[in-house]
Design a protein around this ligand. Structure first.
Ligand code: SAH
Ligand code: DHB
Ligand code: MG
Length: 233
């Protein structure tokens, strides 16, 4: 098993299963030309996000961490007519590239890129209808806060996906002092402990290296405890 083999297999899977996609290829090229880091999801991962949002029937999607809009295009493609995507990005340069890529993909009216630190933007989104699908993929230190916001901004049945939860296996280092790993370990612990969530986390290999993602579905509230019985006569 080698990273070369992971890359070869991923290249094969992507070439075989995913049709050539000039719109996404152009978005990727524009992001690279603008000097953005090469950390967008892989094509087969983007398709997975699209499929998850599609099976959920998502009409309103929230993304935290836009970069050049690559995953945003995949998510926007899952939306029915009248659907909406809000995507949050700290870096104004990234946001500018993303807006252009989303417009070129036909989603200028569907996707709104919000510039600023996500924790500053999220409170303003609480006014709207709940989101059906949330993709968390920004700074990993804030993942616990992002999950708390995702719980506030969703409804039972909504899906929450968190990217990059394995990081070459570093997530399993219980004594790590890396703030990103600490944030990820804390968010995974929240997924396991939160009664409002049914969650899993899986490892992935491929052109994006060795990493993983977590998926959770927001649950209906626990049934009310039975009403207290009248005291016996
Ligand atoms: N989802 C994208 C990749 C996102 S990379 C894709 O797959 O195509 C992570 C992004 O999060 C970067 O663009 C980074 O600038 C942004 N980011 C980092 N900290 C942030 C914060 N506090 N608020 C919002 N975005 C942030
Ligand atoms: C990094 C961030 C990501 O969201 C990702 O998918 C891969 C790498 C990073 O910050 O290194
Ligand atoms: Mg990521």
């Amino acid at each position: 098993m080698s990273t070369q083999q992971w890359n070869e297999v991923d290249d094969y899977l992507i070439a075989t299963v995913l049709p050539a996609d000039p719109v996404l290829a152009a978005a990727q090229a524009a992001s690279a030309a603008a000097g953005l880091p090469n950390i967008a999801v892989a094509p087969n991962q983007g398709r997975l996000l699209q499929l998850l949002a599609q099976v959920q029937g998502a009409r309103r999607i929230l993304e935290i961490g836009t970069l050049g809009g690559y995953s945003a295009i995949w998510l926007a493609r899952a939306l029915p007519a009248g659907g909406h995507l809000d995507t949050l990005e700290l870096d104004p340069g990234h946001a500018e590239v993303a807006r252009a890529n989303l417009a070129a993909a036909g989603f200028a009216q569907v996707a709104q890129v919000h510039v600023g630190s996500a924790l500053d933007t999220l409170p303003s989104l609480a006014q709207g209808d709940p989101y059906d699908f949330v993709f968390i993929d920004a700074d990993k230190v804030s993942n616990p806060d992002y999950l708390r916001w995702a719980l506030r901004l969703t409804r039972p049945g909504s899906v929450i996906v968190i990217d990059n939860v394995v990081r070459e296996g570093a997530v399993a280092l219980a004594d790590s002092s890396d703030p990103a790993i600490l944030g990820t370990r804390q968010v995974l612990a929240m997924l396991g402990a939160e009664p409002r969530l049914r969650a899993t986390a899986v490892q992935t290999v491929g052109v994006k290296g060795y990493d993983g993602f977590a998926i959770a579905v927001v649950q209906d509230p626990a049934p009310q405890d039975p009403a207290p019985q009248d005291p016996a006569p």
